[in-house]
Design a protein around this ligand. Sequence first.
Ligand code: AMP
Length: 209
Amino acid sequence: MPDLVFFGPPGAGKGTQAKRLVSALGIPQISTGEIMRAERKSGSELGQRFDEFMSKGKLVPDEMVLELMEKRLKQEDAARGAIFDGFPRSVPQAEALDGLLGSLDRQIDKVIVLEVPEDSIVERITGRRIDPASGQEYHVRYNPPPAGTEVVQRADDTEEVVRTRYADYKAITEPVLQHYEPRGLVVTVDGVGGLDEVTERIEAVLPKG
Ligand code: AMP
């Protein structure tokens, strides 16, 4: 079973596509953003510490994210591989992930970069809506929720916060690709198009077997 990284700017569709591949691949999606949002929702002290960063669109410090990941990887469902979504987001996180996987005799098999042009990102993110009951994501224009579904907007999906998230992506997250490139693990997929179309493109580059 593979360990895959879904990579790309905020709003590229990493989470949406990762969820679509979970059952086909038989491995869980591990989204640090979702884990931290759940913690925040629980009202815990840890959740409040995450919120200080998340609400401003800033990256949560590496030590906090890594502590969380170490715990998550120990869970039974992640014993045979995972789709990492929104992680690693900095070079130190990528180095730490190598260590964590290495201790389990595993390694990253592929880094799939979803490419979406900068000018689409703000529109994608500000139009994003979530059904809080199911966690299902929609877009007001490209994938509208069924009539009668009550949806909400993520607090950090405003235009101003998106600009900060994108700037951090370019400065801190994109260099992570240079960590994986020498190992020949990085593949780029066009993230623009219908949901099924993008899923097919990803399936075409997945490791065989
Ligand atoms: P996401 O759901 O992946 O868009 O993440 C939402 C927010 O959670 C980000 O803007 C960061 O504030 C925080 N976050 C998620 N994953 C990470 C990570 N790997 N490192 C640091 N911050 C993260």
